[in-house]
Design a binder for this molecule. Structure first.
Ligand SMILES: Nc1ncnc2c1ncn2[C@@H]1O[C@H](COP(=O)(O)OP(=O)(O)OP(=O)(O)O)[C@@H](O)[C@H]1O
Ligand SMILES: [Mg+2]
Length: 281
């Protein structure tokens, strides 16, 4: 059980929906059991967790603790998973914002929704996670509805500035360049995500294959075959191959992985096909 007090008051709602989904510490731990970090991100995360344990010392030196993390990178590389992981490690509930509920055709309403969910998250220690952050924080001068959107960004800036205390704000985006600069610099911790390199692929493939019956050396071969794939692609392809192995009572083999790659069509292969004039839909 979490030792933290519960968020006070009711979860705010809009358009008949809660503005966020809440995950308990146990749910977060369970979801993020298998996570692979790049060396840099592992160091940043461990330091962040270490600092959170040193509250007294930071107060003594009058240095604010970090509490705002921005994650940037392509789809399927572990940004959302990191939010669950950190919540599990820090023993905090995770509040995942529902943008479909927050964003309203009336942008004035969007600003007021942003304020409500930030207030809610401040009312007790938690991690507030905003995925697709760019949808709220588009740079002020490239948006069509410039003035109205600028007001939402201004509200967001204020909310971020006032977000002190024991809660943590995490945001993720695929579109680093679309974020307003003023927003970007308010985040004290930044994590950059990429498709896994060779050693991260091997680590992840090993985790996914686990003790499943397999050909010798399949992990190393799969690591080469799955170059360029995101973690999410690798997971889907290997699960497909495992299913085929179970159905036909076979061991996990290079051939099964090859046919799973063909069926799954990871994005980078579709792009290569198109560049070669291929006909993949
Ligand atoms: N670094 C990772 N370590 C382990 N598994 C991962 C990692 N990245 C992605 N996965 C797997 O892929 C799934 C999707 O990952 P996740 O939702 O974290 O991606 P994302 O970076 O948030 O993508 P998007 O930009 O589309 O939101 C995860 O649930 C997990 O199964
Ligand atoms: Mg995500």
């Amino acid at each position: 059980m979490s030792k933290n007090k519960q968020n006070s008051g009711r979860m705010p709602s809009s358009k008949g929906m809660d503005m966020a989904s809440v995950y308990s510490v146990q749910e977060c731990e369970c979801k993020a059991k298998q996570i692979v970090f790049s060396k840099d991100n592992r160091l940043i995360i461990e330091e962040f967790i270490h600092i959170r344990d040193m509250k007294g010392k930071f107060a003594e030196h009058d240095v604010p603790m970090p509490n705002k993390l921005m994650m940037f990178g392509p789809p399927g590389t572990g940004k959302t998973l990191t939010a669950f992981y950190l919540a599990g490690r820090l023993g905090l509930p995770l509040i995942v914002v529902r943008l479909d509920s927050i964003i309203n055709a009336h942008l004035g309403e969007t600003g007021s929704n942003v304020r409500k969910i930030f207030e809610y998250a401040k009312s007790a220690p938690c991690i507030l996670f905003v995925d697709e952050f760019d949808a709220l924080a588009r740079t002020r001068d490239t948006n069509d509805e410039v003035k109205e959107m600028a007001r939402v960004v201004n509200t967001l800036l204020q909310c971020i500035d006032e977000f002190q205390g024991d809660s943590i704000l995490m945001a993720a985006t695929n579109l680093e360049n679309e974020l307003d600069h003023a927003i970007w610099r308010r985040f004290d911790t930044k994590l950059v995500y990429e498709a896994p390199d060779e050693s991260s692929r091997l680590e992840y493939i090993d985790l996914i294959i686990g003790s499943f019956h397999k050909e010798d050396g399949i992990q190393e071969r799969a690591t080469r075959m799955l170059a360029g794939c995101s973690y999410a692609d690798i997971e889907q392809i290997l699960l497909k191959a495992k299913r085929k192995a179970i159905v036909d009572d076979l061991v996990l083999s290079q051939q099964l992985i090859e046919s799973s790659i063909q069926e799954y069509r990871p994005v980078h292969l579709r792009i290569e096909d198109q560049a070669l004039g291929g006909s993949s839909a």
